[in-house]
Unconditional design. Sequence first.
Length: 127
Amino acid sequence: MLSPVSHVLIGGVAGLGGARRFITTTLEEWRFAPDLIDAVGIVATELLTNAIVHAASEPVMGLDPDGGTLVLRVLDTSQRPPAPRARHTCDGHGFGLRIVEALSDGWGYEHYDFGKVVWARFRPPPA
């Protein structure tokens, strides 16, 4: 039986590499496919970066093998809901949630007293 795990990102964007290594190591131990590991790593990078930039907090990331579905959660201290930017954005920024939408099987967020949790769900392909 696999148990949920978490990782605290310290050091702002400089800590993103450590978060990606944590994801890779954990998901390899859990025997997830390399393509899924890559997708989760990219989505995690986007959500963690959003938490650092927009919430100005040290986010906590969780991985939960929830009954055949993998759930990635990123907790931050902001009450501001995540919102995709308009498609006509030309400054090269603001596409993170569109990437999350494209690579995951669904995403959303939940508000709490301390802030929010943004989550993305992944359904591994059948073995």
